[in-house]
Design a protein around this ligand. Structure first.
Ligand code: 16G
Ligand code: ZN
Length: 532
């Protein structure tokens, strides 16, 4: 058959012996090793589309990794991460030697009882890496090898591609499946309350200014594209826009979070707000520099707190009985968890690292706010919650406060990208909240004080010997490790520490927090010695 002819041709051959794993972030490694993986993910996405009878997404990106790397991720019909069984198929397909590829493919077709005459549709997107053009072409080749239809969105952020897939499969109910449609929906929801004058009276023009570090990546391009839709309600100064610097090099959300320092290439005056996107714009962190020149980071935990506080106030004002929860990981700063539970009285859940775990847990509530400390997160509204908000917004009654709250809730639903964490969408929601509350970044930062913390990575011969439980907060193997950590933690005040094998790098990660920076540093160091 033609299929066999294509599969056996020298198009996108696999280097013999190369083994890769579909991990937390899909496949991710040096771009030179990925051509065959991309072709095969095109094949797999086509099968997934036939199986689900829906459009599937394929995103070519390696997010915050160096420019030389690349990666690929599949997007399921509602814009969510692909289901675990299919992650397994992805690994099998990627690692089948050339002569076994057809059999591996047939195995998936058989196991999933796929009707090969079913139509298939695949949306493809890519980031700005120099390798992304040819790698996304390999994905498209894979789709057409199995007779699927594809739509190439070209340069888009990861969350934009997730959004397109969701729009397409909900027949436009979520929005229009175009980049223009995305800007229109988000920006309208951002501007609407501001034009109605619901923002705080002390919100001056100065307050509308924001410096954005685009990490020299796709997010910078897309902020430029969006600017005209903002109708001057937000004045963005864009830095690291890709015109000079290298992708993610000394800049971007991951750099800022890990270094706890401002990115190079950005200029912000003391007290002004800045934010950094990562290389595919699915993460965002905020920061400012105080009058003493001290850098202050507002990470995913601070963002989750700001958003959940805002939503909880609105629910009270709107007299809507909806259950709100915040989902975090073990990396969440202990102060944030305490504040949310003890002061805010919201439900807090902790899951394993990785977006799919947080997303899943957040779906269990009327309103689920989820953020990783690294700045990846969003808000999920259940169908019932959306309907209640919608009804109230259409029929708010005479009470002005209730009317205002209903409108703000409705705009929040529309501004947030519910498919996945989205730097652009999160930025618009945060900026709207600050404007509406008349809040400065210092006031936001002062909601609670972070415990000093330290992250380290340790190279070990085999990171898989470390096994964890309790959402990665406790080690169950190797024997004795958890006991060693426990006794080290006891030496410090307000201390906490855990270790976990990375899902994206061949290292073990160590996290420690304590009352002082010195204690956090010492504890992290001591725990890393216990890992060897
Ligand atoms: C991936 C995950 C991110 C997680 C990170 C942890 C997705 C889309 N991304 O980037 O959520 O924080 O991996 O990396 O799930 P690590 O396992 O190397 O610490
Ligand atoms: Zn990313």
């Amino acid at each position: 058959t033609t299929l066999e002819a294509i599969l056996y041709s020298s198009l996108h051959p696999k280097p013999a012996g190369l083994v890769l794993q579909y991990g937390t972030a899909g496949f991710r490694t040096n771009a030179k090793q990925l051509d065959h993986v991309m072709f095969r993910m095109g094949l797999l996405a086509t099968l997934r589309s036939k199986k689900t009878e829906a459009t599937i997404g394929v995103m070519v990106t390696a997010s915050h990794n160096p420019e030389e790397d690349n990666g690929v991720k599949l997007v399921d019909p509602m814009g969510e991460m692909v289901t675990p069984t299919w992650e397994g198929y992805a690994t099998q397909l990627a690692n089948a030697e050339q002569e076994d590829l057809l059999a591996a493919l047939k195995d998936v077709i058989e196991k999933e009882a796929i009707n090969m005459s079913q139509e298939a549709n695949v949306f493809v997107g890519k980031d700005t890496r120099s390798s992304s053009a040819s790698l996304s072409q390999a994905v498209l080749d894979g789709v057409s090898a199995l007779g699927g239809h594809s739509k190439d969105y070209g340069l888009v952020t990861t969350p934009q591609l997730h959004y397109m897939v969701c729009c397409q499969n909900t027949q436009g109910k979520y929005g229009e499946a175009t980049v223009e449609g995305y800007y229109k929906k988000l920006c309208q929801a951002f501007i609407h309350p501001l034009h109605l004058g619901v923002f705080a009276s002390n919100c001056t023009d100065d307050q509308k200014h924001l410096s954005v570090d685009g990490a020299n990546g796709i997010g910078a391009l897309k902020v430029r594209e969006m600017e005209s839709h903002l109708k001057k309600e937000l004045h963005i100064s864009l830095f690291n826009d890709g015109s000079k610097g290298k992708l993610n090099h000394q800049c971007g959300a991951d750099f800022v979070k890990v270094q706890q320092n401002a990115p190079t290439g950005i200029k912000i005056n003391p007290g002004e707000r800045g934010c950094s996107f990562d290389g595919d714009a699915d993460r965002i962190v905020y920061y400012y520099i105080d009058s003493e020149g001290q850098f202050h980071l507002l990470d995913g935990d601070k963002i989750a707190t700001l958003i959940s506080t805002f939503l909880k106030e609105l629910l009270t004002q709107a007299a809507l009985d909806l259950k709100i929860a915040v989902v975090q990981t073990a990396y969440a700063n202990g102060s944030s968890t305490h504040y949310l539970e003890d002061t805010m009285k919201v439900i807090v859940r902790c899951t394993k690292t990785g977006v799919k775990h947080l997303h899943h847990a957040a779906q269990e509530f009327d309103i689920g706010v989820y953020f990783e400390a690294n700045g990846h997160g969003t808000v999920l509204f259940s169908k019932a919650a959306e309907e209640k908000i919608q009804q109230l917004a259409e029929n708010p009654g005479a009470d002005d406060e209730r009317k205002r709250a209903a409108l703000l809730l409705q705009n929040t639903v529309n501004v947030i990208n519910q498919t996945v964490g989205d730097a652009i969408s999160d930025m618009l929601l945060i900026e709207a909240i600050l404007a509406i509350k008349g809040m400065t970044i210092q006031q936001w930062d002062a909601i609670y004080s972070d415990l000093p913390n330290r992250q380290l990575k340790v190279k070990v011969s085999d990171r898989r010997v470390i096994d964890t439980t309790d959402a990665e907060r406790r080690a169950v193997s190797p024997a004795g490790l958890q006991e060693a950590i426990d006794s080290l933690v006891k030496k410090y005040r307000q201390a906490r520490s855990f270790v976990r094998p990375s899902g994206t790098e061949d290292v073990v990660r160590v996290y420690a927090e304590a009352e002082t920076q010195e204690s956090a540093d010492d504890l992290a160091h001591e725990v890393s010695l216990a890992v060897y």
